[in-house]
Design a binder for this molecule. Structure first.
Ligand SMILES: Cc1cc2nc3c(=O)[nH]c(=O)nc-3n(C[C@H](O)[C@H](O)[C@H](O)COP(=O)(O)OP(=O)(O)OC[C@H]3O[C@@H](n4cnc5c(N)ncnc54)[C@H](O)[C@@H]3O)c2cc1C
Length: 445
């Protein structure tokens, strides 16, 4: 049975929009729902507006890895917090979201790759993380398939996973029970601004008055912000994923080699992706934001490709600015639901045969793709917006927002409320894209 969330999925959250709340959260992905969770815990009234479906975009389509391994230094405090928040939130849920700590393995086929994996060890040790290097002999005990092509791996046993199709909708249901209004098919068109400050949002269902708004719109973040004069660079890449039918257990956790990522699922199958299959569909934003992305593109050129077909002219067309009375791009595309790439699926099968003989012929029961949103330096924007009191942005999680989601939610909730954050989030400021700062690329692993 399909687990996909798309615009064909039934509406599960249909709260009438409230007239007034303290905070409106735009977007019901893992970031928006986590922000709402921590705001609600702090006694604040919240409404979450979702243009399509809760977790319809990246937050249900991802691999489900909750890793501390390989994180940017500035993300550490949020990541460590996130790991604990995932556990505490899941204890409060009435549903099993498949949360389990079975570790993350980064496999190496040659000395060069092993040295690259090893580089991260010093940072892990700085933070008392349980990452260690394992050799071929130990690996043969961890992966119960023919693991002879790997000479070693870095291994973080405390890293975890949860099932993306289950997790965010389950948290949203619990949040709804706590009295938070969550409304699907409810695009926020623009902000209601009075005397230079946020006074509310204009949604397709009417106005909600509030003193703070957080834009947690994932891939749509810069589209929304540009229309109100707070532009920042953000692009998307398509990533293709498949899940198998139930199959022999070869490793309980999450693992990546240079050609394949595999994760044992809660239902006994695997979630799979082929390495280096990121595709950017060239459009107007590619031209608009190219310069700051150049270092990122050069570094990841082996992993990604440009696509020019499939509606290039539409993507090049200028979208005129809109007001609260207009039908917006958010209503025109309720759920970003790209087709999976046939080439990526073919590569998954090829890599299974090459690397995991026990899974070589396992059936790929379902495939999907997601549009990953990324910033030029691969770390998010988590900030208030200068010149617009009451407006906050939490987006651009650049392919690693699921694991950090609850941690980022806690930070943003405290930022909105003016509470101490407990650590520095300067690296995630919006102004870095405009104030002449040298952008420092976050890690790829
Ligand atoms: C294939 C794939 C694999 C990944 N693997 C991992 C992984 O293993 N581990 C990990 O940590 N991360 C992973 N990621 C990244 C992770 O999924 C994302 O970083 C994270 O889900 C981003 O969450 P979000 O809430 O910011 O965005 P989203 O989940 O995209 O949610 C944003 C929501 O905002 C809504 N929205 C936008 N604009 C408006 C508007 N104007 N009004 C109302 N609603 C609006 C959208 O409809 C959407 O539902 C992966 C991503 C993909 C696609």
């Amino acid at each position: 049975m399909s687990s996909m969330i798309s615009e064909r999925s039934p509406l599960n959250f249909s709260d009438p929009i409230p007239d007034t709340v303290d905070v409106v959260v735009i977007g019901a992905g893992v970031i928006g729902i986590s922000i709402a969770w921590f705001l609600a815990m702090r006694g604040v009234t919240v409404a979450v507006c979702e243009k399509g479906r809760v977790a319809g975009e990246q937050s249900s389509r991802n691999w489900g890895w909750i890793r501390k391994h390989g994180r940017d230094r500035a993300e550490w405090p949020s990541v460590m917090g996130s790991s604990e928040h995932w556990e505490s939130i899941s204890r409060e849920l009435e549903e099993d979201i498949g949360l389990a700590r079975h570790g993350v393995l980064y496999l190496a086929e040659d000395e060069q790759e092993l040295a690259r994996r090893e580089q991260w060890l010093a940072i892990a040790q700085e933070h008392d993380l349980d990452t260690c290097m394992v050799g071929a002999k130990e690996l043969a005990d961890i992966i119960t398939d023919d693991a002879s092509q790997w000479i070693g791996a870095s291994y973080t046993p405390s890293d975890a996973r949860a099932e993306p199709f289950l997790a965010v909708p389950a948290i949203a249901r619990a949040l709804h029970k706590k009295g938070v209004a969550i409304t699907e098919n409810c695009a926020v068109r623009t902000l209601d601004i009075a005397a230079g400050s946020v006074a509310g949002v204009v949604t397709e269902k009417g106005v909600i008055k509030c003193s703070s708004v957080v834009c947690a719109g994932g891939a749509w973040g810069s589209v929304f912000c540009r229309n109100i004069g707070h532009d920042f660079p953000q692009l998307t890449v398509r990533a293709t994923v498949a899940r198998t039918t139930e199959a022999p257990e070869i490793f309980k956790g999450n693992a990546a080699s240079s050609g394949l990522a595999f994760r044992r699922r809660h239902d006994g199958g695997y979630t799979l992706a082929a390495g280096g299959n990121l595709e950017h569909f060239v459009g107007r934003d590619s031209l608009r934001y190219l310069p700051p992305f150049v270092p990122n593109i050069l570094r990841s050129r082996k992993d990604f490709s440009l696509r020019f077909g499939d509606g290039l002219l539409d993507r090049l067309r200028a979208v005129p600015p809109w007001s609260g009375d207009d039908i917006t791009p958010f209503e025109q595309k309720r759920v970003l639901n790209p087709d999976p790439s046939p080439a990526a699926l073919h590569e998954i099968r090829r890599q299974l045969r090459r690397q995991l003989p026990s899974l070589a012929d396992v059936e790929l029961e379902e495939a999907w793709a997601g549009m990953i949103d990324t910033t030029p330096d691969i770390v998010p924007v988590m900030d208030s917006v200068d010149g617009l009191p009451g407006f906050f942005i939490a987006t651009g999680f650049s392919g690693h927002g699921f694991g950090i989601g609850p941690g980022a939610g806690r930070v943003m909730a405290d930022l909105v409320l003016g509470n101490p954050l407990g650590h520095d989030i300067k690296r995630f400021r919006l102004a870095r894209f405009h104030d002449g700062s040298r952008l420092e690329l976050g890690p790829t692993i």
